[in-house]
Design a protein around this ligand. Structure first.
Ligand code: ADP
Ligand code: ZN
Length: 737
């Protein structure tokens, strides 16, 4: 197909010896000057430059700055064989850095997460399947072959393969020697199979067709715009946005579909394949390094029409991106919580506004941020009103726990038990939902009352019976379950308090000894891949009762599942977080949506001690508009996002005095913030006051909606130098406040 030429900003060319500025991923606060190499170079070129005694990769950012002894400026070593960064990507990274107050090198790292980018491909060796000899199999060797069998078409590097199989590299080498594994030259990065947008999609229901037409028109406009696509789980949103993808591909532009990591399953890829005749490019944790590199390059070179990826795929170097779909846009995992703190939803909108692309924000329970933007006329809105094929939304009911007869240490009420028994009889699946990993959230000593805590964090250790260890959910530290209380040293008195998913599974197995009970929780699986494989098996009927954390709430179909039992619907409502109501509402509606997605109708039963609570009532009635109106009114009154602006500043150090000193100094020099009418709160201990031995203080900055918050923050923070082992992170629009 032919495509129109894209007119971009002029990219400068530099002749040999010209002074150029290069941005590297090294932690420096500015670009460095170099001389252009023989043959010259242009803005956006990837180059290898000397930095002290090392060679590092960088991008030619523009003209050099000069203003110092120019005789010391060193030349670029070479221009790398990597597609140049487009001007709009430079703009995107710059604006994203300004928005999130992130140093540019960290932004560049996000944009170059393709292993071995500048390396010569012909030097790389990869490993794939060969003929195996059953007589010489050992268990580790078999594991390697299993990995290769599972990912038949793919080739891995030696390290990858060994890591995935959980064996040493010598095991792989042994297999190569016996011919069971082939060692080959790495293939050149090849384009992905062609997706055919002209293949016919499913015939759409009238409301789907209307929404699809609107999105398709927009996707072909070559203009920026954002649309909220709202509809209950199962209403056919995916079917609709795949039409927009088709329209975008027909216009010769690329498309990106973002999903929460856990929802990136083969089920979704198969749907794309059914619609377009081939699978899309993938970008997420489960993808091999070789594939990542291919995806990165093909996005830049137009060998990938559609990328399906996790949030970091927003930083891929698309040649001509026309559409970004953010599915489950309300999902909290879209907010990066370490390293660069960005919201994928906001970054999608930013990137699209720079490239002239459309954004579709799809959700059954859109975020209040998105609602507010629709209300303000910034986003368009499309709504699918019923479940496809008129399947009923699951009936939602409360179980009033105050009236249930339940002994201590048990959590499945008689009412819920009866429902589960009913499903077992009919050969249907039940999901028991509890958003708590492990066996018990607290381990207490019955002799002295001490609760076992983490040495490094201000957090309790959580018992994980499956791992036979105590685990800190903050720092990941684990230790064996002690015999004696760490505090009073009395033996045999440590007892679990409260339920986690493992304990729920134990209870379910005791109540229903003949049922197949399974726990779905991220820590139960060695890799995201293994977890997804298990989710797929369960969808096909490998379990009768599934006990799961919020993992199961996300975009997967369980056709046999007709009952959702929420063990503790009140859990998320505790605490003072202003987003608690929104989160609980979204999570409960989302989990309930897991029930009854196929031919069989579903039901969701919520165990609650406060059935009169306004959030629980809204969940049960499904009165979304009413809920959001009340929620919006509350946030408006408090002047918090999305009706006001906020930033969270976290200061941390092993030295508690040092963080307090810094926090207090910052609080005293708040002039730049006061000038824009912003207020500073704190410093106060952060919600988790110590992690990995570092004491943490938080300051919250609150400003009015239109206030220029970032420049004021930058000016404020620049006044006080950060010294020693203190770290400072800025979180614009924090998840909790
Ligand atoms: P959502 O994304 O809103 O959860 P989906 O697009 O996944 O909904 O649709 C729910 C189910 O209904 C899927 O199994 C899908 O294949 C099916 N479905 C949706 N629209 C149609 C259609 N127009 N024709 C046939 N099946 C459809
Ligand atoms: Zn810890």
């Amino acid at each position: 197909t032919s495509r129109p030429q894209i007119a971009g900003p002029m990219q400068d060319r530099f002749a040999e010896g010209d002074l150029i500025a290069v941005l590297t991923t090294q932690p420096l606060d500015r670009t460095l000057d170099y001389r252009a190499p023989a043959g010259g170079c242009g803005t956006g070129d990837f180059v290898e430059v000397p930095l002290g005694p090392r060679k590092v990769m960088g991008v030619v950012w523009g003209e050099g700055e000069g203003g110092y002894d120019l005789s010391k400026v060193r030349p670029v070593f070479r221009v790398l064989d990597v597609p140049s960064m487009r001007a709009e990507m430079q703009t995107f990274l710059t604006r994203a850095a300004e928005y999130t107050l992130t140093p540019m090198p960290a932004m560049l790292r996000l944009a170059t997460r393709a292993p071995g980018l500048g390396q010569d491909v012909s030097l790389r060796k990869v490993y794939a399947r060969g003929p195996s000899d059953p007589d010489r199999m050992t268990e580790p060797r078999q594991r390697v072959l299993d990995v290769l069998a599972e990912y038949g078409g793919l080739a891995f590097t030696l390290k990858e393969l060994a890591e995935m199989a959980g064996v040493g590299t010598s095991v792989v080498k042994g297999l190569v020697k016996q011919g069971a594994v082939d060692e080959r030259q790495a293939p050149r990065d090849t384009p992905y199979p062609h997706l055919d947008p002209d293949m016919a999609g499913k015939p759409l229901a009238p409301d789907q067709a209307e929404a699809a037409a609107a999105l398709s028109r927009a996707a072909q406009s070559r203009r920026y715009g954002t649309t909220m696509l709202r509809g209950v789980t199962g209403s056919g949103k995916t079917e609709v946005y795949l039409e927009a993808v088709a329209a975008c591909l027909k216009a010769g532009r690329q498309a990106l579909v973002l999903l929460p990591e856990i929802a990136l399953t083969s089920e979704f890829l198969s749907r794309v394949e059914a619609r377009f005749g081939a699978k899309p490019a993938e970008w997420h944790h489960g993808v091999t390094q070789t594939e990542r590199r291919r995806c990165w390059k093909m996005a830049a070179e137009d060998g990938a029409q559609l990328v399906v990826g996790a949030r970091s795929s927003l930083f891929l170097p698309f040649r001509d991106l026309g559409l970004i779909v953010v599915d489950e846009e309300h999902d909290t995992s879209y907010k990066q919580e370490d390293g660069v703190l960005y919201s994928a939803r906001d970054m999608a909108v930013l990137r699209a506004s720079i490239t002239g692309a459309q954004v579709v924000l799809a959700s059954a329970t859109p975020s209040l941020e998105t609602w507010a933007n629709v209300e303000a006329g910034k986003y368009a809105a499309l709504t699918l009103t019923s479940r496809f094929g008129d399947r009923a939304m699951p009936g939602m009911r409360a179980i009033d726990m105050r009236t249930e007869d339940l002994p201590g240490g048990r959590w499945v009420s008689p009412s819920l038990q009866a429902q589960i028994a009913d499903r077992l009889e009919r050969g249907e699946q039940s999901l028991l939902f509890l958003n708590r990993r492990g066996y018990a959230p607290v381990t207490i000593c019955r002799a002295c009352g001490e609760m076992v805590g983490c040495d490094q964090c201000d957090a309790r250790m959580v018992e994980h019976r499956f791992l036979k260890r105590l685990v800190c959910h903050q720092c990941g530290e684990t230790k064996p379950m002690p015999e004696a209380c760490p505090s009073c040293k009395v033996e045999g008195k440590l007892a679990p308090v409260g339920p986690g998913v493992e304990r729920m599974a134990e209870e379910a197995a005791a109540l229903f000894p003949d049922a197949r009970v399974e726990v779905l929780s991220s820590d139960m699986y060695a890799s995201a891949r293994a977890l997804k494989a298990r989710i797929e098996a369960i969808a096909e009927g490998a379990a009768d009762i599934v006990v799961g954390t919020q993992l199961v709430a996300k975009g997967h179909n369980f056709p046999l599942l007709t009952l959702v039992g929420v063990i503790d619907a009140d859990l998320g409502l505790q605490g003072s977080d202003l987003r608690a109501a929104e989160r609980t509402f979204q999570l409960m509606r989302q989990v309930a949506g897991r029930a009854g997605r196929a031919e069989r109708p579903g039901e969701a039963w919520l165990q609650t001690f406060q059935p009169e609570h306004h959030v629980i009532k809204a969940i049960l009635s499904g009165d979304e508009d009413g809920f959001w109106r009340a929620e919006a009114a509350e946030r408006k009154a408090a002047g918090v996002p999305p009706y006001g602006r906020m930033a969270g500043i976290v200061l941390s150090s092993p030295d508690i005095q040092a963080v307090f000193d810094l926090g207090n100094r910052l609080a005293r020099v708040d002039g730049p913030l006061r000038r824009i009418g912003a207020q500073v709160f704190g410093p106060a201990p952060a919600p988790i006051a110590r992690i990995r031995g570092r004491h943490r203080l938080r300051m919250l900055v609150k400003a009015e909606k239109g206030a220029p918050l970032q420049p004021a923050l930058a000016a404020w923070l620049a006044q006080v130098p950060i010294k020693g082992d203190i770290r400072l992170s800025v979180d614009i629009d924090p998840q909790s406040f």
